[in-house]
Design a protein around this ligand. Sequence first.
Ligand code: MRU
Length: 341
Amino acid sequence: MINSIEWNGSSVRFLDQTQLPDAEVYTETNDLDVLIDAINRLKVRGAPLLGITAAYGVLLGTHSAIDASAETFKNRVESAAASIAATRPTAVNLFWSLERMRKILRLNSSDTPKMLFEKLKAEAVAIHTEDRTMCEAMGKAGAELIPNGASILTHCNTGALATGGIGTAFGVLFSAHHSGKKIHVYADETRPLLQGARLTMWELQKEGIPATLITDNAAAWTMKSKKIDLVITGADRIAVNGDTANKIGTYNLAVLAKEHNIPFYIVAPSSTIDPAIPSGDQMIIEERSADEVINGFGKRTAPVDSDVFSPAFDVTPNTLISGIITETGVHTAPYHRLVSR
Ligand code: MRU
């Protein structure tokens, strides 16, 4: 399986996803600024992977301070967490993970910096390992919903490139395929940064899962003409009422799925549920630069001065969601019951 990120003692090694599918290039760094730049440029991406990256980022920001005073070390943790929190606002996993790291600091306030660093490292590795385990459980639970012979439509990238394990929505496809079911996946290319075309198709091919790439605007016609049995996507943040932020275009799919009577499922670990926001109205939606639309991948596709609105995510209302699959199983509305678990 692809290891999208790992902690190497005093540095982080990550797969630069902007170079896929052309080249599998890994970057190794002990510089937090390099990792922050990688997050901003989507070299590392996907909600659960952002959570794992944030935790390793705290280690990068603090490892040179283990011989400093306790106060200096604690300030380093806080400033690393603040810089990481200022990168991408929508994926709650990033903030959830930083909060876990801060909690280590609070619970062990009389420890030396060396002891604290060891505990932070253990926590970061635990965040990574737990995500792998949650992916397995979601994959298993979700695969039960997939009939043999199913055609499944998915969006963006939700596999090993986006998580610490087999993936969220992709993990369901992975589990169904490896359990011997015959499935066919339709992958949306996912404009503007093409995570579906570049990353999901790459992962599907690596796993030998039969798949067809479609442009985003072919989704309705694909549902109509190709007998899609199920739509499954991941999530970047789920509100208490089940409203779900995910890659821009997910909401379109949910509306279209309803029109075509196709079940629409979200797959996400509990680290993607935000107990602090009651509904999708409180989601913060990241907006990306106009250049990614006007000049995507170095080719100008619109006049230079075009006004552009490029939200990276949208919010699918809970009413359009057939179920949310987490590591604890398949859940239907009302979704607030997920929060107390
Ligand atoms: O902008 P990205 O590539 O980080 O967006 C990723 C997504 O929207 C995924 O669908 C989501 O994070 C779930 S990944 C398991």
